[in-house]
Design a protein around this ligand. Structure first.
Ligand code: MN
Ligand code: MN
Length: 283
């Protein structure tokens, strides 16, 4: 049963929801392996209340203290531009209610239209990007909408005021230069400090690429990049966040590479912990 640890409510009974899951079964912009399109189904499947409860580590009860609904999947049956338009429209509907979109990818290309929609509503938006990669290629093999490029598009369109990238351990001189040009804060995996406390002044969107974790913790991703963060480090980072979270995505789950659904379970764990932080911010 897909019920997000028992936290899921019926949309028909709760039109004024606070958090809305949106699945994006899309992997056409993956440069290496396909499979991320199966991500939303895998996260929903693993999230059963038979296995998990709706309580976060910090004691937020997602069944009692908020209203989480599932809006289903974005229609990805058309061409890529239509899919991106659908993402923007569906995310836009959620933020128009001042509710929090919880976007399940899909490959990382979907973050560009998602952030576009959120930035339309929140003119001053900050972005926390957790990833092994900076995803700031100008283009990849001539494709400017590749899953290696969403952050470049977000920066060049000025969609966010401040960008902090965490967990990076694979980049290029060109991407580093672009990051410097846009005054991006980069906290690389090799210098990740214990007890990192990040604070954001503006409404915050979080984009979590599951390859930010070491492949030992998250094998179910398309690009294995050793030397990554532990589950504990990322969960602690979320707990220590001082910010108003207005939306987030969890992308790049590739169930075809997962073992015993452990990466899907980690994705669901992060969904819970980020949702808990969103509804009960740190003092
Ligand atoms: Mn990425
Ligand atoms: Mn990545």
């Amino acid at each position: 049963m897909t019920d997000f640890g028992g936290a899921l409510k019926k949309l028909s009974e709760h039109p004024d929801y606070a958090l809305a899951v949106i699945g994006v079964p899309f992997d056409e912009k993956s440069s290496f392996l396909r499979g991320a399109a199966y991500g939303p189904a895998a996260i929903r499947r693993v999230s059963t209340g038979k296995c998990y409860n709706p309580d976060t580590e910090l004691g937020v009860d997602l069944a009692e203290e908020t209203v989480l609904v599932d809006l289903g999947n974005v229609d990805t049956s058309g061409d890529m531009l239509k899919t991106f338009g659908e993402i923007e429209r569906k995310v836009g509907e959620v933020v128009a209610k001042e509710a929090i979109p919880v976007i399940l990818g899909g490959d990382h290309s979907i973050t560009y239209p998602a952030v576009k929609a959120v930035a339309k509503h929140y003119q001053n938006l900050d972005l926390l990007h957790l990833d092994a990669h900076t995803d700031m290629y100008e283009d990849l093999y001539g494709d400017r909408l590749s899953h290696a490029c969403p952050i470049a598009r977000i920066l060049e369109e000025g969609l966010v005021k401040r960008l902090v990238q965490v967990g990076v351990r694979s980049t290029t001189p060109e991407q580093k230069a672009l990051g410097e040009k846009h005054r991006v804060t980069t906290i690389e995996a090799r210098t990740f400090p214990e007890n990192l406390k990040l604070e954001f002044q503006n409404p915050l969107y979080i984009s979590l690429d599951l390859d930010v974790f070491d492949p030992a913790f998250a094998p179910g991703v398309s690009h294995h990049e050793p030397g990554g963060l532990t589950s504990r480090q990322v969960i602690d980072l979320i707990h220590n966040l001082k910010a108003v979270i207005v939306g987030f995505d969890i992308v790049e789950l590739n169930p075809l590479r997962d073992f015993s659904q452990i990466t899907a379970a980690l994705a669901f764990k992060l969904l819970k912990e980020i949702a808990g932080r969103a509804i009960r911010p740190r003092d």
